[in-house]
Design a protein. Sequence first.
Length: 92
Amino acid sequence: MKDKSGFTLLELLAGLFVCSIILIYLLPNVVLNYKYLTEMENKLELKEVLYEEILINKDDEFTVVRGKYEIEVNKNKAVITNIETGEKIEYE
């Protein structure tokens, strides 16, 4: 009389195989999304610092170094550069 309940080794291995296939598919997508979000966050931070400096300095033209950012604003152009990474955003 078999009165044992539970999973067999084969059923456990099949479940583990399915979980590993799901993780193999999802993990690279999660890493790519994280990288994309990090890039967007850095660009947003650059824009935010640029807008703050434009509001603080009401002059038409100025050049400021603020922390790790170099900001240059002329009459027709605004440029912010991250000194550490070299990333640059330019508005005309």
